[in-house]
Design a protein around this ligand. Sequence first.
Ligand code: UGA
Ligand code: MN
Length: 267
Amino acid sequence: MNNLKDFSSSDCLLELKTDKPTIYFVTPTYFRHVQQAELTRLLHTLVLAGNIHWILVEDSDQRSQLVTELLNKSSHQFKLKSTHLYTPTPISFKTSSSDPSWLKPKGVWQRNEALRWLREQAYSLDLSGTLYFGDDDNTYDLELFDEIRRTRRVSVFPVGLVGGQLVERPLVDKGKVWGFNAKFKPNRKYPIDMAGFAVSLKLLHEKGHKARFDPLVPRGHQETHFLEQLIRGRDELEPMADSCRKILVWHTRTQLPKLNRENLQRT
Ligand code: UGA
Ligand code: MN
């Protein structure tokens, strides 16, 4: 009896959500002691958002048990669609514990692996869907997902707590982006964080054979370099989130836990 009840309620939930276009939510992830906590929190957000296809790409040369079990649970318990990929960052590009966090780009190979998969699967994807690069440690308001789903080509929105500012945002007048408030490298063509834009799958497929991230571009230029392969100028950007006045995503970063009383084998 209980099983029957569970089945019909989750089925109904699924039905309510499938009329929304799919968001292909790409998350690079790597082993550290907070990983399971980060992914659990993100998983719950994605379940609540509805009609998400989570592309989780491990920075590793194999699928880990931790991520495999988390995705199995998310599929059985929450009916979340997901794809589990992996590819390692070459050792010379890995941020080591003595490096400042900004020295080397993160998630580059993993996002490219997700792009490869999206191109390969193009025939079976929801082409009215949207691609979003969502890191495992950010904080996402559920309203963000409604904004992402409105993307026609490339949408942009503010990101809180990033670039040394309370908020980095596109500046909007009469529905058009005319500038950005970013203080960090403001001369970049698109001075925004990875969490501050979304791309329609249709546009990605039109330009899809080329658009990639490049580990060799100058620091902070990943987003600009990627967007330059998709659009010609700022006037093509679609400002979301109440003309970029609302903050719906925060670039939160998790403090490293002190584990000095543990006898750890793997760090
Ligand atoms: C900032 C941006 O918000 C990121 O989108 C960008 O990738 C990053 O800078 C960069 O340096 O390239 P930050 O908080 O410094 O973010 O980066 P992390 O959150 O540590 O890493 C971004 C994503 O890559 C996360 O999902 C993380 O799990 C993953 N990652 C990080 C790996 O897959 N491997 C690593 O070795 C480190
Ligand atoms: Mn982060």
